[in-house]
Design a protein around this ligand. Structure first.
Ligand SMILES: NC(=O)C1=CN([C@@H]2O[C@H](COP(=O)(O)OP(=O)(O)OC[C@H]3O[C@@H](n4cnc5c(N)ncnc54)[C@H](O)[C@@H]3O)[C@@H](O)[C@H]2O)C=CC1
Ligand SMILES: O=C(O)C1=N[C@H](C(=O)O)C[C@H](O)C1
Length: 233
């Protein structure tokens, strides 16, 4: 499969290694200042760029009938526009705030735990995410997906960075060294606490998930999630 990388930073480079190991060819590495893109030779594009660049990258792929996998976080205010555009173009698109198998299992656990906690008003939930100091967005996309999973299954109505409130999930973001990504969901009462936690040891799981998603989407049209790709739940 011929893959184009939009964003050739930490993730782009890791994806290149894994994609080549799996027998794919990287036919374009598009980063700041890259020239014209020859879409004719691209089977699938993978975007791990920046919050400012993702929308343009994704829509340019869809305009050129190129299936696009995006893991870039921090641009979700335009997500619904992308979905509509993909449908208009009969294109193929997957966004995931986190492509790793482990985090996608963690999302399922989070939803299941939230359902059990729904009527236990003595517990209050909070989220914490820790990432490397180069990360541009906060809270992380994964923390937002976790908060949305709790909101969908409880009476909580919204999340907020660093702030508790009525029916509101507080998210704490920490930036420490080169931390690849650690997410904790905690329910606390006066007598105890329940905690679930996912720790990425490196970026390989994210990269592998993105390549698996690229392999999966080939020949399909529509807007999909990692739940579709991994056949979870
Ligand atoms: N969904 C997931 O599983 C994961 C998502 N991410 C997200 O992916 C994104 C990238 O992460 P990293 O590779 O760690 O960041 P990075 O900063 O190492 O790389 C981003 C690259 O995008 C480039 N870029 C900037 N503007 C561009 C444009 N217009 N077109 C193409 N490239 C452009 C930058 O020059 C840089 O090389 C972030 O939003 C991060 O949160 C990161 C890891 C996993
Ligand atoms: O920027 C990162 O590095 C990561 N970003 C994603 C997020 O915002 O959740 C996924 C992962 O945690 C690494």
């Amino acid at each position: 499969m011929n893959i184009a990388l939009f964003g050739y930073g930490k993730m782009g480079k890791m994806i290149e290694c894994l994609a080549v190991e799996r027998g794919h060819e990287i036919v374009a590495k598009i980063d700041v200042g890259s020239g014209e893109i020859d879409f004719a030779k691209i089977d699938v594009a993978i975007d791990f760029s920046t919050p400012d660049a993702a929308y343009e990258n994704i829509t340019s792929c869809l305009k050129n009938n190129t299936p696009i996998i995006s893991g870039t976080t921090g641009w979700l205010e335009k997500f619904d526009d992308v979905v509509q555009f993909c449908e208009e173009k009969n294109g193929a698109f997957i966004y995931a705030s986190n492509f790793s198998l482990g985090v996608n299992i963690f999302f399922e656990l989070n939803a299941h735990l939230a359902k059990m906690m729904k009527n236990l008003s003595q517990y209050e939930v909070s989220l914490e995410e820790i990432h490397h100091t180069q990360k541009l967005d906060a809270p992380s996309g994964t923390a937002i997906t976790l908060a949305e999973g709790i909101i969908a299954n409880t009476d909580y109505q919204k999340w907020k960075l660093d702030e508790s409130g009525y029916k509101q999930i507080p998210i704490t973001s920490k930036r420490i060294g080169d931390t690849p990504g650690t997410h904790t969901v905690e329910y606390t009462s006066e007598v105890d606490s329940i905690e679930i936690k996912h720790t990425a040891q490196n970026r390989e799981g994210f990269a592998l998930g993105a390549v698996v998603a690229a392999e999966w989407i080939l020949g399909k049209t529509g807007v999909f999630t990692m739940k579709d790709v991994l056949n979870l739940g």
